[in-house]
Design a protein around this ligand. Structure first.
Ligand SMILES: Cc1cc2nc3c(=O)[nH]c(=O)nc-3n(C[C@H](O)[C@H](O)[C@H](O)COP(=O)(O)OP(=O)(O)OC[C@H]3O[C@@H](n4cnc5c(N)ncnc54)[C@H](O)[C@@H]3O)c2cc1C
Length: 414
């Protein structure tokens, strides 16, 4: 049985950061990774560009994680976005900031970030053993004494950091093993469900709209008739419903509400810059310009081509009706639809299409100052395996890096 000071389970963002931090502090660190190569998820983040953090200030940053954001306060106090940016720039990865404070490598290449992190871990002395899937923890007398891998080999250490990620995109290696390890140590698991995931709606036609991207729209989410969220930005139609940044952001709210038996509606305001009066003035102007043109021509100037059939279907106005014959009531119906194009949400795409996993190891049993288990001595949990998930925009990777940094330092100080 080989022995190390610290074993890290999983070579993703959180695990590599934890491992390198502990190794820098002089500890002998072994990282066991189930896939044949490390950091697979990191390589595909941000559509291959890796949105590694965000320049928002701490309070707003914490709000991005909802109620559980407070748990991250101490991890962020120790290692936050400016520290992470300085860290990668110190490794030679030039960074750039984009709209919404999102930070990317200047090269636009996520693999550059992953390669720099892996090289750093190796340079500071971490031993990485890829192709080794941890199957169980070695636990005795309320303490962790190491891990066992599939095939039976045991590795001894007095500290184990579980950094196995969640359940989303399992082909990158995150298959939920961390939850099983946590459960075996007596930890409570908050039920997992997909988050940052496209939503399904039977109101979206199955063909004709797929991949239509609407920019500068506003989306309201109503739960049992009450407005729960409203965001401005981009929505994309998918083969089975709605996706795009705004929809991903509201997906957790929608999924939880549906699970609780509520009715969830997404209402798109396709003309958020125009109030009812201005929109009516615009319609009147278009109608007056060519009253003999068919109704369809009016829609050509208002909507993307792909959306026109849906509009005609919902409005019940003949496409060839002459514009001068459009009644005031019909104009009102059109305005109402443009300002409130409604889709009932029936569910979400499955976990393997989710950007992150909501739920996981209960935060109540983790010390936020160290990421240590409150139940088992020497055991730590970091990254997505924890019951904490944030918005899109670089927030989730920062949480993974910050919790990893904290646990690596704390485990090294033991
Ligand atoms: C497509 C996509 C794009 C994303 N883009 C962004 C983005 O741009 N910005 C952002 O902030 N967030 C993004 N995220 C979310 C972010 O990638 C994750 O939140 C983050 O990677 C979590 O880091 P982690 O280290 O906790 O887990 P992971 O990165 O999932 O790493 C876990 C590692 O543990 C290994 N492992 C699992 N079980 C075992 C076991 N039993 N034994 C040994 N090893 C094991 C896995 O193989 C894996 O390498 C994206 C996610 C996806 C899916």
């Amino acid at each position: 049985m080989s022995s190390h000071d610290i074993i890290v389970v999983g070579a993703g963002a959180a695990g590599l950061m934890a491992a390198g931090t502990a190794a820098e502090a002089g500890r002998r660190v072994l990282v066991l990774e189930s896939m044949s190569d490390p950091a697979r998820k990191l390589r595909i983040t941000g559509k291959g560009r890796c949105n590694l953090t965000n320049t928002e200030a701490v309070p707003a940053f914490i709000d991005r994680f909802g109620r559980d954001g407070r748990f991250l306060r101490q991890a962020f106090a120790r290692f936050f976005a400016p520290d992470l940016m300085a860290f990668f720039e110190g490794l030679g990865v030039a960074l750039k900031e984009e709209r919404g404070g999102r930070v990317f490598p200047a090269s636009g290449r996520a693999p550059e970030v992953a390669a720099a992190l892996v090289k750093w871990a190796s340079d500071v002395g971490v031993t990485l053993a890829a192709g080794n899937s941890v199957s169980s923890l070695v636990l005795r007398d309320g303490k962790v004494h190491g891990v066992r891998i599939r095939g039976g080999t045991s590795y001894h250490s007095e500290a184990v950091i579980v950094a196995t990620g969640g359940l989303s995109y399992p082909r990158t290696g995150s298959t939920g093993d961390g939850y099983r390890l946590a459960k075996s140590a007596g930890h409570t698991l908050v039920p997992t469900r997909p988050a940052l995931v496209p939503l399904e709606s039977r109101d979206v036609p199955r063909d004709g709209l797929t991949d239509l991207n609407l920019r500068n729209v506003s989306a309201r989410v109503l739960v049992d008739g009450k407005k729960k969220a409203e965001h401005f930005g981009e929505v994309t139609f998918t083969a089975t419903g709605l996706g795009g940044p705004i929809i991903l952001t509201v997906s957790r709210l929608a999924i939880d509400a549906i699970a609780a038996g509520s009715e969830v509606l997404v209402q798109l305001d396709l003309k958020p810059a125009l109030d009812d009066q201005k929109l009516d003035a615009r319609l009147r102007r278009d109608i007056d310009q060519d009253g003999r043109a068919p109704f369809r021509v009016l829609l050509d100037g208002l909507l993307p081509q792909k959306l026109i059939p849906l509009c005609l279907n919902r409005l019940d106005i003949a496409p060839d009706k002459k514009l001068h014959q459009i009644t005031g009531d019909e104009r009102k119906t059109l305005r109402a639809w443009l300002k409130c194009c409604e889709f009932r949400i029936h569910g979400s795409r499955p976990m393997d299409e989710a950007i992150v996993t909501a739920g996981g190891v209960s935060l109540k049993e983790i010390d936020p100052r160290t990421m240590a288990s409150r139940l088992v001595d020497g055991l730590y949990f970091v990254g997505e395996v924890l019951d904490v998930d944030g918005d899109t925009g670089g927030f989730n990777l920062q949480a993974a890096f910050s919790t990893g940094r904290l646990a690596g330092a704390a485990a090294a100080e033991r």
